[in-house]
Design a protein around this ligand. Sequence first.
Ligand code: ADP
Ligand code: MG
Ligand code: MG
Length: 251
Amino acid sequence: SHILTVSGLKAAIGDTPILRGIDLVVPPGEIHAVMGPNGSGKSTLSYVLAGRADYEVTGGSATYGEADLLEMEPEARAAAGIFLAFQAPVELPGVNNANFLRTALNAQRRARGQDEIDAVAFLKLAREAGKRLSMPDDMLKRAVNVGFSGGEKKRNEVLQMALLKPSLAILDETDSGLDVDALRIVAEGVRALRAPDFSALVITHHQRLLEILVPDRVHVMSKGRIIRSGDAQLAREIEREGYSALIQEAA
Ligand code: ADP
Ligand code: MG
Ligand code: MG
């Protein structure tokens, strides 16, 4: 079965409908990109799938494997192997980054009935994973995201993801603040996770990121709906021609 199946999903903030019927299927092992102009509902889709309380689901369904995703508590979603990275990662002053990452990993291991990993073994794991992302060792010693540059925050997210090995990652990429090198490291970091038991929904405006990632499918959102889906070629078409032609065509 599919890892993520979204059918006719509608959601509102207060009285304002934002998602107006989203249909989306992500099979195991596939990376899908979600693109679309500002305000089309991309972040809302990721928040609803994450279970954020301020969004009301007003119709449709979302399943994760066989489970009703919308009925799961946010913590249960994480424990079940869903990883969510938001546009603005939280800063946690006073919380050591290595301890934070180890706590997240151990919560997942406990939920799966596995032994916890000790600080020494964890540091070894984290340093190796960090090296692959060109992260300086001191980022593990610093407070979570405090004073990190945009690129460092994204790298830290990819590090967390590499350690947690989620079944489904939903990444709402920030559209600014990533220089070309940081973008490449993030894209290569996600690409390196490609595996039959890893799926991802990557929300992005960056054609450059998609050139490295090479998504299996690209979905374009406008006004709370997916107006077009295609392969990686669709992202190139958007880069060339913009969204307006697609939106007019769909109307
Ligand atoms: P995107 O990520 O594609 O830029 P969003 O999901 O952030 O789009 O926003 C979709 C629409 O929902 C926009 O019209 C935005 O103004 C509206 N919206 C987002 N958050 C709120 C909120 N807290 N209250 C009211 N409207 C909101
Ligand atoms: Mg936005
Ligand atoms: Mg957004």
